[in-house]
Design a protein around this ligand. Structure first.
Ligand SMILES: [Ca+2]
Ligand SMILES: [Ca+2]
Length: 153
């Protein structure tokens, strides 16, 4: 009798643990929020405006992103220097930035930092709504290919 009870308890314990180990689908994570994870510059044109090199010394552009969410002030990333065509994709990580994908218009502008010699050059701008974003959201426009990834937290 005692052995039967022990076996029943053991079975119940195993089943409980199995349920705990079952992976959760992201769609079931109803308590979790989508956060911007990273933006990848997958491709950009070899030549800058006017068909010249991005920078006079023929090195790649020095990239940073300006992110405007709704009507808030734009946020600027650190510059990732001299990214040539061999350095693609250029990855901007937002893991530490804690930017929830709010249901607003997001406008992301890619710049080439040319200071202090001359003003920065706007390379490309993409826009999307923070809600119902595919993962990744891929924006292809001419030679520009930019991918936006989010993560649940
Ligand atoms: Ca430049
Ligand atoms: Ca530059």
């Amino acid at each position: 009798m005692k052995i039967k009870i022990l076996l029943a308890l053991l079975l119940a314990f195993s089943l409980t643990n199995c349920e705990k180990l079952a992976p959760l689908e992201p769609s079931q994570n109803t308590n979790k929020i989508k956060y911007l994870d990273r933006i990848e510059i997958v491709s950009y044109p070899n030549a800058g405006p006017g068909g010249t090199n991005w920078d006079p010394d023929s090195t790649g552009p020095d990239m940073y992103l300006d992110i405007k969410i709704g009507t808030k002030d734009p946020q600027t990333t650190e510059v990732i220097y001299q990214r040539g065509q061999d350095d693609l994709p250029v990855i901007f990580s937002f893991t530490a930035a804690n930017l929830p994908l709010t249901n607003e218009v997001w406008s992301v502008s890619l710049y080439d930092n040319d200071r202090p010699e001359s003003p920065d050059q706007l390379m490309h701008t993409i826009s999307f709504s923070g809600a119902n974003l595919s993962n990744p959201f891929i924006s292809r426009n001419g030679p520009y290919n930019i991918a936006v990834y989010y993560k649940y937290k």
